[in-house]
Every structure is written in structure tokens, then in C-alpha cells.
Design a protein around this ligand. Structure first.
Ligand SMILES: Cc1cc2nc3c(=O)[nH]c(=O)nc-3n(C[C@H](O)[C@H](O)[C@H](O)COP(=O)(O)O)c2cc1C
Length: 312
């Protein structure tokens, strides 16, 4: 997820049981590769293997070049984005806009697969809109091109993030191709993860937004799959410990000023649903140093723990 799955967050998700965590997308526009943003996105030092990097673009040769560039910078899997609905991406015929042009999809996949000697995976939506749901045809094109796994977000491009994701398309694709299929969209609990795996027959599920502020969802799913039981929710002290380590990694990765800014959305996600969360977020969004941010977070979760203690 662009703006979310930076290296600190990926490392945290892996530590919490995610089997794979894909980088934020890297544009195939080589002019951007020297930018601070891209340089951060291609920094994989200390990352748990396999390192998967997503690339986005619409020109087969530029995409191949981007794939090679990322492999040279440590990517062990190249993931191609044909799922992003963002206007910035779609207006230049990239992301999910590519689903409108199946021959171009084929050319991009063939060219990228031939360009690198690491596995290439693909992320798609189910089609352009309800009248053009060509996910199944794209899956066949992907398989023929040598794509090694296919993630299917159960919405069309036109859906944006509205409505509820469907998993019928992932089910149909899984039945029709022999490459691994990963079902994605609106999976927020271990029970849902298992239900989607059962329903689609998919080889894996992919979790996006439900990991924001809840990176332990991966170990919850893993535990539930192995035992059929739910892990207890982490208490405030445990959440505070995970968040504090996350924040320290953000400061180290981005530097203090940017790290404090990037951290704000994560802090908001972790504190969602907690008592007096709104007042806390207003307060913590005003502090500008790492020390003050950490103190605010610690005080807030201490208060949550006290409250829970009183209620027990
Ligand atoms: C903020 C945000 C950024 C995203 N960026 C990307 C991206 O760069 N590449 C991609 O393949 N999907 C991207 N997605 C889509 C997610 O990977 C996922 O397919 C979608 O959110 C549905 O899954 P979920 O319900 O588990 O979140 C993004 C989603 C969000 C919310």
C-alpha cells in the first residue's frame, strides 16, 4: 500500500507473522529513481527475505528496466501493479487502467518476465467496471507469460474502495489456472481469512487495510488457522510496546522530522476505538519531536491500561 507499507511497516508485519510483505510501488519512470521517495522505497537493508518490490507503469520496456533496476537493488520478487485505481496512476494508463488493454497486459508481462531472473507476480482487480470484468482472461494471460503468483482484489477499478469485495472472481480464477492465487479485499478477521480461503480455494490471502494499526492480525490468522482458536486481543501495554518499536523504526528510517509526520497516521490507527482516542489524536498531532510523540503515546496507553485495570 503506497504511503503505508514502507520498510518499517513491512518488517513489523513480517515479525508479526505475515508470510510476505510487498513494497510500496516504484514507478517505471526512471526520472523518478533518484528522488528521495524512490530511494527510500528501494532501501531494503535488514529486510526479511524474500524481498518483493511492486512496480507500476504502462510501457513494457520501461517496466522491464524498472524490474532490472529493482533486482539490482535487492528485489527477490518483482510484483506488477495492475490493481491501483489512483487517478495519478490511471491517467497515464498504468495500474488497473491496463486491464482495459489485454494485448498490452500480455506484452508487459512477457517483457518483464524475460527481463529478470527472479519470480514475477501480478496484482489485479477483477476488471475495469461491472461490464468489463476480465480478471479471468487476464489470469490466463498472466499464466502464459510465466507469472508465478496472482493476487486478486475483488473489486473492479470503477468500484474504487466502495461496496464490499467479492471473491467469486478469485474462486473462478483459482479453478482455471495452475499458478498460486492470492485472494484480497475486505478481509479483517481470522474467521474471514479462513472463510475466503475455503470459498476461493486460493493459496493465500492478502491483507491490506486491516493491518493498519493492527499488524498482529497476521499472527492472529496464523494461530486461528493452526488451532481453530482466537488469540486474545493484545492489551494496551502490548499495543504500546509494538507501537513504540514501530515509531523508533520510523524515526530511524525517515529521520526525526519526517518520521514524526509519517508516524501520525499509524498512531491514529493504533489508537482507533480506544477511550478518549479523539482527544489523544488531536494532542499527539501537535507535537513535533520524537521524544514528545513517544511520551504522548506512552501516557495514552498507560491511561488505557489503568482504565482497563479499573474495569477488571
Ligand atoms: C492507501 C492505500 C494504498 C494502496 N496502494 C496500493 C499499491 O501501491 N499497490 C497495490 O497493488 N495496491 C494498493 N492498494 C490496494 C491494496 O493492496 C488492497 O488491494 C486493497 O486495499 C484491498 O484490500 P484490503 O481490503 O485488505 O485493504 C492500496 C490501498 C490503500 C488503502
Amino acid at each position: 500500500m503506497a504511503g503505508v507499507t514502507d520498510r518499517p511497516f513491512r518488517q513489523l508485519c513480517r515479525a508479526q507473522g505475515a508470510g510476505l510483505a510487498v513494497s510500496e510501488m516504484v514507478s517505471s519512470n526512471a526520472l523518478l529513481w533518484g528522488s528521495v521517495k524512490t530511494r527510500r522505497r528501494i532501501d531494503h537493508s535488514g529486510e526479511t527475505a524474500p524481498v518483493s518490490v511492486q512496480i507500476a507503469g504502462a510501457d513494457p520496456h520501461r517496466m522491464a528496466e524498472a524490474a532490472r533496476f529493482n533486482v539490482d537493488n535487492g528485489a527477490q520478487i518483482i510484483d506488477i501493479n495492475m490493481g491501483c485505481p489512483a487517478k495519478k496512476v490511471c491517467h497515464v494508463m498504468a495500474g488497473s487502467a491496463l486491464l482495459q488493454d489485454e494485448p498490452l497486459v500480455g506484452r508487459i508481462l512477457d517483457t518483464v518476465v524475460r527481463a529478470v531472473n527472479v519470480p514475477v507476480t501480478l496484482k489485479i482487480r477483477t476488471g475495469w467496471d461491472a461490464g468489463h470484468r476480465n480478471g479471468l482472461r487476464v489470469a490466463h494471460i498472466a499464466e502464459q507469460a510465466g507469472i508465478q503468483a496472482l493476487a486478486v482484489h475483488g473489486r473492479t477499478r470503477a468500484c474504487g474502495y466502495r461496496g464490499t469485495a467479492e471473491h467469486d472472481t478469485a474462486h473462478a480464477i483459482k479453478a482455471a489456472v495452475s499458478i498460486p492465487v492470492i485472494a484480497n479485499g475486505d478481509i479483517t478477521t481470522p474467521e474471514q481469512a479462513v472463510a475466503v480461503l475455503d470459498y476461493t480455494g486460493a493459496d493465500a490471502v492478502m491483507i491490506g487495510r486491516a493491518a493498519q494499526g493492527r499488524p498482529w492480525i497476521f499472527r492472529e490468522i496464523d494461530y486461528f488457522m493452526r488451532t481453530g482458536r482466537r488469540l486474545p486481543e493484545p492489551g494496551p501495554a502490548e499495543v504500546c510496546r509494538i507501537l513504540t518499536a514501530h515509531l523508533e523504526n520510523l524515526y530511524a528510517f525517515y529521520g526525526e522530522h519526517t518520521g514524526v509526520c509519517v508516524a501520525r497516521k499509524h498512531i491514529a490507527w493504533y489508537s482507533k476505538g480506544q477511550h478518549a482516542g479523539n482527544a489523544f489524536r488531536e494532542q499527539v498531532n501537535r507535537v513535533a519531536t520524537a521524544a514528545a510523540q513517544l511520551r504522548c503515546v506512552q501516557d495514552f496507553f498507560d491511561r488505557c491500561a489503568d482504565r482497563q485495570g479499573l474495569a477488571a
